[in-house]
Structure formats: C-alpha cells, structure tokens
Design a protein around this ligand. Structure first.
Ligand SMILES: [Fe+2]
Ligand SMILES: [Fe+2]
Length: 400
C-alpha cells in the first residue's frame, strides 16, 4: 500500500489474493489510515475481485467507484467511525474493578472497548462493595495453585481395618460431612451466576471454591465406602440447618453465614477429625479439606469486613441474619445425635469408661474452640466483643 499527501492516491495491491480468502484484511488495513471520504485504489488479478469488492463495500458502508479503465476505487465511508461512537471502556483490565459495573457491558472483558448496543447482563449484584474483597485475586491464584487430585493426594491403599464400631463412627461422620459439603458446593455455585462479570476474580474464586467442595464430596464419600458397609444417617435437623443457608438470598449474608460462621466452625471440626483420625485415609481427607476451607473462610471474613467498612449499618443486617436463622432452627434438634456420639468415640479411641470420659471432654473442648474462633472472626469483621459472643452463641448446633 502506498499513501500520499495531496493528490497522490492510496493504493493496495492484492496480487492473486481473493477478497473472500483474506484479501479484505489488506483492504481494511489500507483504509484504516485514511479519513472518511478519501479514496483507495485496489489492484489485483483475482477474476472476481470487482464483484466481491462492490458487495463488500455495500456491506461495510463504503462507496465503490470503479472507472471504465478497470481501476477499482473505494471511497471510505463513516460506518466504522459511527460503530464505535459511544463505545466505552469497561474499566481497566489490570486495575481494581470500578465501584459500579454497568449492566450494558454485558459479558465484555474488564478493560474491553464496549460497542454500544448489545443485551444487558441483568446481573443481580453490580455494586463492587456488595461482592468484593481486595484479597480475592490473590485467593483465587492460591486456590488454582493448591488444587489437588483426589486419586493421587490420598493414599487409598493405606486403608486399615478398624474395629467395627470405630469404622461405623467414621462412616457416620463422613455421611454428615458429605451432606454439609453438598450445601457448601451449591451455595457458591448459585452466587457466582448472579454477580456482574466485571468482578471476575470473585466469580473465579467462587468457581474454585465450588470445585474444592466437589472434591470434598468425593473424598468423604469414598472414605465412607471404603469398608463396603452402608452409609450413616442424615438427620432432619441437620438438613434444616443447611437449608436455611441455601435459602439465604443476599450475597453478603450468605457468604457471612456459610463461610464466616459455618465453614469457620467446620475448620475446627476438620482439625479435630484429623487429630483423632483412626486411620491414614481419614487423616488425609480431613487434612486436604481443611486446607481448602481455610481459604473459603478467608474470603468470607475479608468480604464481610469490606462490606461492613463500606457501610457500617451492614453489621446490623448481619446480626439480623444470625437471629433469623436461629429463630428458624429453634424447634429443630440441631446436630445429628449420632454425629455427636461418633465424635466422642473417635476422640475416646476405646469403650473404656475413662476413655469415653476423655472423648466427651475433648468434644466439649472442641465446641469451646469453635466458639472462640467464631468470636474472633466476628470481632475482626467489626462486631464489639460482647456482641460477637452473643452471635456466636446463636450459631447452629449443626456446626455448618
Ligand atoms: Fe468443603
Ligand atoms: Fe468450603
């Protein structure tokens, strides 16, 4: 292509290249440097060049002005310019997301130049403070790096034959864990589809979290099946407790109830199960889940603290969410009694009365540790100590 000032016309030579086999790239490249109204002479030997160029110019909004001598001239139109009139950048790709995402950006990448028009995304949460935490990009990177393979990360061949009653206790605990993990999988999966994609790191983090929970469901199910017996029981009260989490409609309150209070408490439970595991497979699966849960809790705490800093009145709404859940579960049994007994037996290690006594005390201590952890996390979000203690005491007996 040659372009010139004044009367020297711009030209581009396609040689044998057809406009329909890539020649349009050369024509567009030549036109890009010209203002609307300028002329571009196209030369080439392709037999259909004249017909194709006439059709292409009509479709692209350019004039076509061939002369009798066979010279093919395009007069650049304004359509390209008009197409990007009103286009806006959807924030910065590398920078933090904007405070408010525009529904009209739809699925455009953060930082893209967004052509006007196109369908709005209709995302429920487009306000940064409602879903964000500054730690989200780092937590997502950590989650992606820490993903483990259930087939390789657990030495399934290390399964040992346990006394029948201890094995039954482990199977009961695994049955309970699977139920809780299924709730923990569904909730982030539901939330992430309602977030504006401008906050992509939160979507990515929730997707990684759901994938973590999918692995937890797998390894706990697999441990429960190792000895070939039937699974344990599922209590109505336990499921009622989890159902209140599934029914929570708001992002921040759902994240608070699930991750800060529920998964926060579960971290202590998993550590207890790991410390008292009677076999290496149980020790492995609880250790692996514990590592992931620590990240889930970290996001819940960071996001809830972010939301409370942006709007201190939010603490009142979180308090109401805890009270509402407590009231909804008042008439339920809370923790499955068989799960509670299984925890005692695991910590006891034998049926000797002295051992059972020590197991019972260990489960009492576990509940204290859970309470202290909840109070600490509630305080870090911004609740005064007294209120943190009150709210922790209202937490579901089902742990999650
Ligand atoms: Fe989990
Ligand atoms: Fe989790």
């Amino acid at each position: 292509m040659t372009t010139g000032a004044g009367s020297v016309p711009a030209t581009t030579d396609l040689e044998d290249l057809g406009l329909d086999t890539g020649g349009h790239l050369l024509v567009e490249r030549a036109l890009a440097g010209l203002p609307p109204g300028d002329r571009l002479t196209v030369t080439g030997r392709h037999p259909a060049l004249r017909i194709h160029l006439a059709a292409w110019c009509r479709a692209q909004g350019h004039g076509f002005d061939p002369d009798d001598a066979g010279s093919l001239v395009i007069v650049k139109g304004r359509a390209g310019e008009q197409r990007w009139h009103g286009a806006v950048r959807a924030g910065e790709a590398a920078g933090p997301p904007l405070r408010q995402a525009d529904q009209r950006w739809g699925l455009a990448a953060r930082g893209a130049l967004v052509e006007a028009g196109g369908p709005p995304i209709g995302a429920e949460w487009a306000d940064r403070d409602h879903v964000w935490a500054d730690v989200a990009p780092r937590l997502y990177a950590a989650a992606a790096a820490a993903a483990w393979d259930p087939a390789a990360a657990v030495d399934w061949s290390a399964a040992t034959r346990l006394p029948a009653e201890v094995e039954r206790a482990v199977v009961q605990l695994m049955t309970y864990l699977v139920e809780n993990e299924q709730a923990a999988l569904i909730i982030p999966a539901r939330l992430l589809g309602r977030i504006h994609p401008h906050f992509r790191e939160v979507m990515q983090l929730l997707a990684a979290q759901a994938a973590d929970e999918a692995r937890h469901v797998e390894v706990f199910t697999r441990r429960a099946q190792l000895s070939g017996g039937p699974l344990g029981t599922s209590s109505a009260g336990g499921r009622a407790s989890l159902q209140t989490l599934l029914d929570e409609p708001d992002f921040t309150t759902a994240s608070f109830l699930l991750s800060v209070l529920g998964e926060g408490t579960f971290v202590d439970l998993l550590r207890f199960l790991h410390d008292h595991a009677p076999d290496p497979v149980t020790a492995d699966v609880t250790r692996l889940a514990l590592r992931d849960e620590a990240r889930h809790v970290a996001f819940g705490v960071a996001h809830t603290a972010h939301a409370a800093r942006a709007d201190p009145a939010f603490l009142g709404r979180l308090r109401q969410a805890v009270e509402r859940r407590h009231a909804a579960l008042l008439d339920t049994a809370g923790l499955n009694g068989e799960v509670f007994d299984a925890l005692i037996l695991l910590a006891a290690g034998s049926w000797a009365p002295g051992a059972i006594s020590r197991g019972w005390q260990a489960v009492q201590r576990l509940q204290q540790v859970m309470d202290e952890g909840r109070r600490r996390r509630l305080a870090s979000i911004g609740f005064p100590d007294g209120e943190a203690a009150e709210l922790s005491a209202l937490h579901t007996r089902n742990f999650m």
